[in-house]
Design a protein around this ligand. Sequence first.
Ligand SMILES: [Zn+2]
Length: 282
Amino acid sequence: MRRYLQADHQAIAANSRQTPGAWILAAMYDGRMTGQSVARMIRNGTMGAYRPVGAFDAYEAMHDGGSSVWVRYVAGLDVVPMPDTVTVRVPDYGTQRGYEGVCIRTVDISSRCRRCGGPRGPIRSHTFVKDGTRLVCDAWENDCGHQDTYAFVLAEARVLAERVQSRRPKSPKTPLIRGVEGGRYAAAVDLIAELFREKPTLRALAVLPHIEAHGHMDAVQVIRYFVSDSPTGTYTSARAAALHLIELDEEACRAAEAEQTEWQDGPIGCGREATHTTGDNQ
Ligand SMILES: [Zn+2]
């Protein structure tokens, strides 16, 4: 924080006004969070030196020494906002020993120099010939003077791609549908689940012949009623039908459990045994 207080923002802003549109290194900090908050305060005009709001653009980037803040004066200029990444074509010679081929990879890298945070580029096309083949990649020199190498850039692109991949939200998985254990319709549910796993848009009526073929006539009957009652009618999905069968089985299970509980809590000899005997006295 000490370095933040030391930076002469009046002088930085005045310098920046002299070179409209050009990024200049404004200040450096030990911690990236400090740099980030300073860049934010420059952009939103919290710091008086950078008013009026919108007259200056700023960003924070990684620096060998910690964090750097870059500023440009943009008042009245039609400037394109600086993207965080740029797409470049890079020759890849591979890492295998004895491999002499080359391919051109198109990769995303930071738009800023990895040593000081200054803007990379400008990027231009570069044509070269390898084994009699004409290839085009991108080339650039950084104004800050730090030179990139293609090997370094490829490594950076790999790290960046992995980070992007890990941030990407996982595709929401449809919960697996499975018949209720011991349920009356369990086998029919498993069969339907298998069918619509192949074709998720499958309709309930389309699965009926399959269920019928497997002899689950009671499930066929239930699905027919379910479809005719459903507001979506013949468009009712196989998945909805399977869920309905699961619901019926779960309901039956709950009822059976409740019955069992009643019997356990009741007086001995006057409970379930007496009313549910399937023996000779029925
Ligand atoms: Zn640099």
